[in-house]
Design a protein around this ligand. Sequence first.
Ligand SMILES: *[C@@H]1O[C@H](CO)[C@@H](O)[C@H](O)[C@H]1NC(C)=O
Length: 158
Amino acid sequence: MAPGSLFFLLSFVFLSFPHFSRPLNPNPNTNPNSAYDELKNRGFPIGLLPTNVRGYSLNRSSGVFAVDLDDRCRITLPPDNYLAAYSPRITGKLNERRISELDGIRVRAFFRWWSITGIRSSGDDVVFEVGVTSAKYPSRNFGESPDCEGRRPRKASS
Ligand SMILES: *[C@@H]1O[C@H](CO)[C@@H](O)[C@H](O)[C@H]1NC(C)=O
């Protein structure tokens, strides 16, 4: 599907987003840098997560994860400049080249917010799923973690 056509399709697709509560790994990893490594090790670009990760937990057998940010976060997604909003806690299931049951990331289009329900890594692209619809963008657009807008950049140790 051509980039950009996602939100055309969304204009007539009705979707609902059930919210599940699920048990989380009780041993959170407080090294935020390794959250980006977990993405990278499963074939995803690190730029899917903003720079303000505080910690995360991941059950390596089920893939169930939770990522905690310092605060909610807004960024502008390249290349179409859609506004994306991250909740302070993002949950889902992280497996090789596939994130499912995602909760906590939304994009603004057609005057409302749409939840991104899954993300796949496919060749050199990342595919964002919004219910039954998806849109694909080059992974290189997400090579660097974005700083949250309206906040002082907090760079990882370099
Ligand atoms: C991790 O996932 C496995 C498989 O679903 C489950 O059996 C186990 O209890 C989970 N561990 C924790 C700490 O939640």
